[in-house]
Design a protein around this ligand. Structure first.
Ligand code: AMP
Length: 115
């Protein structure tokens, strides 16, 4: 499995990486949907949320907690933020390596409206 996010992780294509540890990395979205838009990606490969095994909840948990930590470090945790994972076609997923979106920096519209 090789996606554009693997290339970012390997520094083969440029991205503004804002965080990395042994489990995950995070970088600014190239097409931000809010003033702050960061993607958190696990280093273990799963195409979609459907593929994460029941016995590995930490894969998803770490992404959410890394996003919260980033929000605190950047000082917008109290103002608030949104985390989102898109899954497959109806969810609007376009890159098939699981990732969590962190959106912040302004009041966000409601979500979930069918297009
Ligand atoms: P999703 O639609 O949930 O699969 O999200 C994929 C996200 O990856 C989108 O928000 C894209 O804007 C973002 N993206 C795609 N290519 C790049 C890139 N080279 N650098 C940063 N973000 C990217």
């Amino acid at each position: 499995m090789s996606t554009i996010f693997h290339k970012i992780q390997r520094r083969e294509i440029p991205a503004e990486i804002v965080y990395e540890d042994e489990h995950l990395f995070a970088f600014k979205d190239i097409a931000p949907q809010a003033p702050v838009h960061v993607l958190f990606v696990p280093k273990q490969d799963f195409a979609t949320l459907n593929d994460v095994p029941d016995n590995q909840p930490e894969i998803v948990g770490r992404l959410a907690l890394a996003a919260a930590k980033y929000a605190k470090a950047q000082g917008f945790d109290e103002d608030g933020y949104r985390i989102v994972m898109n899954c497959n076609g109806d969810g609007g997923q376009t890159v098939f390596q699981i990732h969590l979106h962190l959106l912040a920096g302004a009041p966000l519209g409601r979500f979930g409206t069918p297009v």
